[in-house]
Write a protein that binds this ligand. Structure first.
Ligand SMILES: [Zn+2]
Length: 264
């Protein structure tokens, strides 16, 4: 019996390890993103061995470009909603507006008239992503995505957060739960970092974090906040006034672990 159990484990482990999404699914999702954001270009870097995605403003025409590495698309840890959210995060750098990054020293590329970068900070890209994802779900995606184990701790936690915040109507609840699970997938794409869907980073920053990543839990807090924001999605957020894209309800506002509205 013991031997049988060991054999079963050996047989099943590879199946778990080679989860991830098919090439066709990745292609379909990129096509969907292109339909939602026709002004952006989507490039797959076939050669980059790293699991990375980036957002750039390219050339004289200031073309908005999202680049996804083949290694990212092939990652066995990637879920379909995780890829959607990853793309939405990169779109957030391009469409999320203020707060924007600072320009590195001797930067040869394009910059905004105010001397700052044309792209949004990491915290802001995170904040934009669930709004973009909600729009994506509403326009393109069918309900009840079957890629989730409803008995998993993460699913149960996400479900609890969403129902506690009044997401009880089927479609809204489905989108809310999937957005939180996508957030967890996005933040643990390269390793099992400690990220709690219901957790809270208690730090209060004296100034908005502009040029660095907030902590992973803080990023989860940001992704959860915007997931819980009931406001409709607007594609282009204000370039200068970050307050204009803040959620109208407190539960959905940028968390203090990276954002400080008083300091500019
Ligand atoms: Zn980013």
């Amino acid at each position: 019996m013991k031997r049988l159990l060991v054999q079963l484990i050996i047989i099943f482990v590879p199946f778990i390890a080679i989860a991830g999404i098919s090439e066709q699914d990745a292609r379909t999702l990129i096509q969907q993103a292109k339909k939602l954001y026709p002004s952006a270009e989507f490039v797959v870097d076939e050669k980059d061995p790293l699991v990375v995605a980036s957002a750039d403003i390219v050339g004289e025409k200031q073309q908005k470009q999202v680049t996804l590495s083949r290694a990212l698309l092939n990652s066995p840890r990637m879920s379909k909603d995780g890829l959607r959210l990853t793309i939405c995060h990169e779109l957030g750098h391009l469409f999320g507006g203020a707060p924007r990054r600072n320009i590195p020293m001797d930067w040869p590329g394009p910059m905004a008239e105010d001397g700052k970068s044309l792209t949004s900070s990491e915290g802001e890209a995170d904040y934009y992503a669930p709004s973009c994802l909600k729009d994506w779900f509403a326009k393109v995606t069918i309900l009840n995505n079957s890629e989730y184990d409803v008995h998993s701790t993460d699913y149960q936690q996400a479900y609890k957060v969403c129902t506690e915040h009044g997401f009880t109507v089927a479609a809204m609840q489905d989108h809310c739960v999937r957005s939180l699970l996508a957030a967890k997938n996005f933040l643990t794409l390269v390793a099992d970092f400690q990220v709690d869907i219901r957790g809270h980073d208690p730090e209060v920053v004296p100034q908005t974090i502009i040029d660095m990543y907030p902590s992973r839990q803080c990023r989860m807090d940001t992704l959860r906040a915007r997931t819980l924001c009931p406001d409709p999605h607007e594609k282009q957020w204000d370039f200068v006034m970050d307050k204009k894209s803040d959620c109208t309800q407190i539960v959905g506002q940028r968390p203090a672990c990276w954002y400080q509205s008083k300091a500019k």
